[in-house]
Write a protein that binds this ligand. Structure first.
Ligand code: BTN
Length: 325
């Protein structure tokens, strides 16, 4: 469920995180004075941050201290490295949804990155769990001259870019499930939500949102489907900055190729990671579902499904795909 907060409370939570980021103790009274609220209200805010996953220590007579503020991104270092890719960024400690931020104020080659999302959005109206400083939650703005009909394969290309970037950093066994889940041994590792605004005849504003589970712990998540994180795969915490930069580098390259050559140029890349290729699957759309053998994707990124010996193309839209085993 999304966590709904008034903009004012969001602002107060953000201020509180900014105070605690030095890793020192802050008394309830100092915080109350800084924020212009009562001590009882400070306690409520502290509780809220703990629910969000912030590791806070509370010692009577000393106040509150954040155990591990180093877990946050180093914004200046990120700024510098993104500038080398000609990418600008907005960094939020806390926001509703990075896709939403970018939609409200779209910029080309611009990254919106958050440590925490109160209303992270997934595909098909789902929410996206976003515990504080645990994972990657970002949205990238891309102004694209292609007509909307040619964008069918875009979210698949984003998935390919992410898997290839991770693979180059030594992560193996990663798979893609059409249209855009990244999985490891059938457990979800990352999800992609592409949204479009602007002019359907060209000059579209594309918002590429992605969430990658990096360091999320079981107790930080209430996700119903099977999921995993990079930390679970490796058995130790994983630094997020190099992951993000590698993904952005690969994404930029692939977006350029996609604009020039279309999705057809990515079919082989897709097939290499396709989790369902040759398997019996069930495709659901609302109450309707079809069973068939997954036969990869076509030149527009549509799923090829073999049903009663015939090949059918299915477009992503609001459909979901399940392996039948
Ligand atoms: C899915 O698999 O359902 C897609 C999940 C996409 C989640 C990311 S997190 C960053 C960006 N902001 C959002 O609100 N959603 C996407």
């Amino acid at each position: 469920m999304p966590i709904s907060q008034t903009p004012h409370k969001e602002q107060q939570l953000r201020q509180l995180i900014e105070l605690l980021v030095d890793g020192d103790f802050h008394s309830g009274q100092t915080i109350a004075d800084e924020l212009g609220v009562s001590r009882a209200y400070v306690w409520k805010l502290i509780q809220q941050l703990q629910e969000y996953g912030l590791g806070l220590e509370s010692v009577s007579g000393k106040g509150y201290c954040w155990n591990d503020p180093s877990a946050l991104f180093d914004k200046n270092s990120l700024d510098r490295q993104l500038a080398e890719l000609s990418i600008t960024q907005d960094y939020y400690l806390l926001t509703d949804s990075t896709n939403q931020r970018l939609k409200q104020s779209f910029k080309d080659q611009h990254l919106v990155l958050a440590e925490f999302q109160t209303s992270g959005r997934g595909r098909r109206g789902r929410s996206w769990q976003s515990p504080l400083a645990a994972n990657l939650y970002f949205s990238y703005g891309w102004r694209c001259e292609l007509p909307v009909q040619q964008l069918g394969g875009l979210s698949l290309v984003v998935g390919i870019a992410m898997v290839e970037a991770l693979q180059a950093l030594g992560w193996s066994g990663l798979k893609l499930k059409w249209p855009n889940d990244i999985r490891h041994r059938h457990k979800k590792l990352a999800g992609i939500l592409v949204e479009l605004t602007g002019d359907a005849a060209g000059g579209l504003e594309v918002i590429i949102g992605a969430g990658l589970n990096v360091n999320m712990l079981a107790e930080q998540s209430a996700i119903s489907q099977d999921w995993t994180s990079l930390a679970q795969l490796r058995g130790e915490l994983v630094a997020r900055e190099s992951l993000l930069l590698a993904i952005m580098r690969q994404l930029q390259q692939h977006l350029m190729d996609f604009e020039q050559k279309g999705f057809a140029a990515f079919i082989d890349n897709w097939n290499q990671y396709d989790e369902t290729l040759g398997s019996l699957v069930e495709l659901s759309q609302g109450k309707r579902s079809i069973e068939g053998i997954a036969r990869g994707v076509d030149a527009f990124g549509a799923l090829l499904l073999e049903v009663d010996g015939k090949l059918e193309s299915h477009y992503a839209g609001e459909v979901s795909l399940r392996l039948k085993v």
